[in-house]
Design a protein around this ligand. Structure first.
Ligand code: SF4
Length: 272
């Protein structure tokens, strides 16, 4: 796949996905481990409430079966070379949006996540400035007005997240919408710190949105709901992009819609 780059030296990493081995490394946060024990004791190993989380995170026997469509990276859309020498952590998947991968760390590994094949890194301040300048560059400023900051989980690196938001405001005035993707509220809600929430305060002219992913109603533990309530005080718009994987989200009544209502009296979530 070819993608746009900043300068005349158009060069994209090759789509070297042929022969890549799928390797899944199981990783669970202490919060999820504790919930697994609780759900197992409460419902038993065959109940959908237990399976609804287990099948998102736990290694299964069929895990490493090779299939032809396994990609090396997310649609192989990474931008690797530009005239300034490189923009690390940037993908172009959409015309009006730049995808920025701030860190590749997560507190848990989701079995279906393509990013398990990415190298582990967190962008440095120098990388971040380069990304911000790229977003505000001549080539992009009339076309791009939005970024999606993802990873990995950007909520794990609040200092870097703050620096990225400030750099975008400084170098890319065309960026008016900043979406931040996180599963930390579901995976380890106690780690959603005040430092993370401060990132979204006092940023006039920027509309923030939180993108998250809840694949089963059982994930709304009280700690998780409390965490989303805290987030919603600073970012009213929270939405969920759910994985339509048969073994994870297999009962329609558990599809979860996040209401985007700004009224503080409304419930955050509606379950149908
Ligand atoms: S939290 Fe997000 S980035 Fe991390 S493994 Fe899960 S889906 Fe992938």
């Amino acid at each position: 796949m070819r993608e746009k780059t900043m300068g005349s030296k158009k060069q994209i990493k090759s789509n070297a996905n042929v022969g890549q081995k799928r390797v899944f490394h199981e990783k669970l946060s202490p919060f999820l481990q504790q919930k697994f024990k609780f759900l197992l004791a409460e419902y038993g190993s065959l109940h959908e409430n237990y399976l609804g989380i287990l099948r998102q995170y736990k290694m299964l026997p069929e895990e490493n079966i090779q299939t032809p469509e396994i990609n090396r990276r997310h649609y192989d859309a990474d931008i690797s070379i530009c005239e300034t020498g490189g923009v690390k952590g940037v993908e172009r998947l959409y015309r009006r949006t730049v995808v920025i991968e701030l860190t590749m760390s997560c507190v848990a590994h989701c079995r279906y996540c393509l990013r398990q094949k990415y190298d582990l890194y967190t962008l440095t301040e120098q990388d971040i400035e380069m990304v911000a300048r790229y977003c505000g560059s001549k080539q992009l400023k009339d076309e791009v007005n939005e970024v999606l900051i993802t990873g990995g989980d950007p909520f794990l690196v609040p200092k870097s997240l703050a620096y990225l938001v400030e750099s975008l405001m400084q170098y890319a005035s065309n960026i008016k919408i900043i979406r931040v993707a996180t599963r930390l509220p579901q995976q380890d809600p106690s780690r959603v710190s005040d430092a993370v929430l401060d990132v979204f305060r006092n940023k006039p002219g920027i509309r923030f949105e939180i993108a998250t992913q809840t694949n089963h109603a059982v994930e709304f533990f009280s700690e998780v709901r409390d965490c989303f309530s805290r987030i919603r005080e600073v970012v009213p718009t929270i939405y969920s992009q759910n994985v339509m994987r048969q073994c994870v989200l297999w009962v329609f009544r558990h599809i979860i819609f996040f209401m985007q209502c700004r009224c503080k009296d409304c419930a955050i979530f509606a379950l149908v």
